[in-house]
Design a protein around this ligand. Structure first.
Ligand SMILES: [Fe+2]
Ligand SMILES: [Fe+2]
Length: 209
């Protein structure tokens, strides 16, 4: 593909991942077989808003991995990174499914998060593999902590959402480890701080919009 084809293809993917339940999972839905609890309206609405945030995070993960795949060499580690990206597609699908069950729509800001993450992933890839992997490692570390917070925050009655978030946490932790084993560089503290501020803006806004 030439550059124009590649850009058209990435924009198309970004729109699909951002706004539609386009992706089908490879692994079974973690909430499969768990009965839907009778959530109160407040519980349902809170769970739905948390899942909108997590869905946005997974849209951003797609941007990050696709941006990285476009520019990073990833010699010897591309297979591992592709596998992690495939697991992120499962997460995206599971978040979509749970949002639908909770009668909510994905965040309207997703295309912006996708574009921003794609740009950051591509820039990290251009900086070199060890930085690109460092970026993945730090992102996944922050996601694991974020999911911990959501699991604490969620109503104990919402076992379906909890099952999804627990499996995602296991996967994200593994992605973080794999990036480290593959030679991730420890990012400068200032950059980690910037990443966490961007993540906070994303999580706060996607909760509502
Ligand atoms: Fe994920
Ligand atoms: Fe991940």
């Amino acid at each position: 593909m030439n550059l124009v084809d590649q850009i058209i293809c990435e924009v198309d993917k970004g729109i699909k991942f951002s706004l539609h339940n386009y992706q089908k999972e490879n692994r079974r839905y973690p909430a499969y077989g768990i009965n839907e609890d009778n959530l109160s309206e407040i519980e349902r609405s809170h769970s739905a808003n948390l899942m909108r945030v997590n869905h946005s995070g997974e849209v951003a993960a797609q941007g990050l991995y696709r941006g990285q795949a476009m520019t990073a060499k990833l010699e010897g580690t591309r297979e591992k990174m592709d596998h992690a990206a495939q697991e992120e597609l499962d997460h995206l699908s599971w978040c979509n499914k749970r949002l639908e069950e909770l009668n909510e729509h994905p965040s309207l800001l997703n295309p912006a998060w996708y574009a921003l993450s794609f740009g950051m992933g591509a820039a990290a890839g251009l900086a070199g593999d060890k930085w690109s992997l460092g970026f993945v490692h730090e992102t996944e570390e922050q996601v694991v902590k974020h999911l911990e917070g959501h699991l604490d925050d969620l109503s104990l009655n919402d076992k379906k959402t909890a099952a999804i978030l627990e499996q995602m946490q296991i996967d994200e932790s593994k992605h973080s480890e794999e990036a480290l084993e593959s030679g991730a560089e420890n990012l400068p503290e200032g950059l980690k701080k910037v990443m966490s501020v961007i993540a906070k803006v994303m999580t706060r806004t996607s909760y509502y919009i």
